[in-house]
Design a protein around this ligand. Structure first.
Ligand SMILES: *[C@@H]1O[C@H](CO)[C@@H](O)[C@H](O)[C@H]1NC(C)=O
Length: 221
């Protein structure tokens, strides 16, 4: 039979282990929604209500994520401010049968704009409800340029009404170099779509009413 003192000592040890280590492990394992820097890269991870996301920053500009039954989530690594640059990325994204995007994704302010250079998308084409404004070529692929408007939606300035600018690659790919300046210039020239002051720019994975996963690494080319 264990003595009372030994039992208390044992339980105290278990309690302090339980209160310290699992929390530390949880923090190391998954990032909570928000923004920050990791290995010299900016990261952003946002989700609304419903489902779960296990987002983890990895080596260099990499991240690994899986999501389960979310309503909407978007996140990834990049820069803030995201000034025009050539962005190289590689990794794994295999969500062709669910609603998901792999995109260079960012924001500007004044005007408030949410933009996407879509490299691959799943079972929903983001351009299907948008107005076609032109095309451009980048890194051997053709992208269609679109514009949409969002009313009273979440933004970097809280709930707001703002434009979305889109380049959508006709032939989907996972890996390559995106010359963002080219897109910004053609959006303006062909679509009269002007950007404001640079906010963040990330190589993002997005999931909408879906489950999926990806592992992506980004760097300046
Ligand atoms: C990206 O490519 C580098 C260099 O080949 C490789 O080390 C890294 O594992 C790749 N990252 C991902 C997420 O696949």
């Amino acid at each position: 039979m264990v003595s009372f003192t030994a039992l208390v000592t044992a339980l105290t040890a278990v309690a302090s282990t339980a209160s310290a280590n699992p929390i530390a492990n949880m923090m190391a394992r998954g990032i909570q929604p928000g923004t920050g820097t990791h290995n010299g890269f900016f990261y952003s991870y946002w989700k609304d209500n419903g489902g779960s996301v296990d987002y983890n920053n990895g080596e260099r500009g990499s991240y690994k994520v899986s999501w389960n039954n979310v309503n909407n989530w978007v996140g990834g690594k990049g820069w803030n401010p995201g000034t025009p640059k050539k962005v190289a990325y590689n990794g794994t994204w295999n969500n062709y049968n669910v609603n998901s995007y792999l995109a260079l994704y960012g924001w500007t302010r004044s005007p408030l704009v949410e933009y996407y250079i879509v490299e691959a998308y799943g079972n929903y084409n983001p351009a299907s409800q948008a107005k076609l404004l032109g095309t451009l070529e980048d890194d051997g692929g053709v992208y269609d340029i679109y514009n949409t408007k969002r009313y009273n939606q979440p933004s970097i300035e809280g709930t707001a009404t703002f434009d979305q600018y889109w380049s959508v690659r006709r032939v989907k790919r996972v890996g390559g170099v995106i010359d963002t300046q080219k897109h910004f210039d053609e959006w303006k020239r062909q679509g009269k779509l002007t950007l404001g002051s640079w906010n963040y720019m990330i190589m993002a994975t997005e999931g909408y009413q879906s489950s999926g996963s990806s592992q992506i690494e980004v760097k300046a080319a």
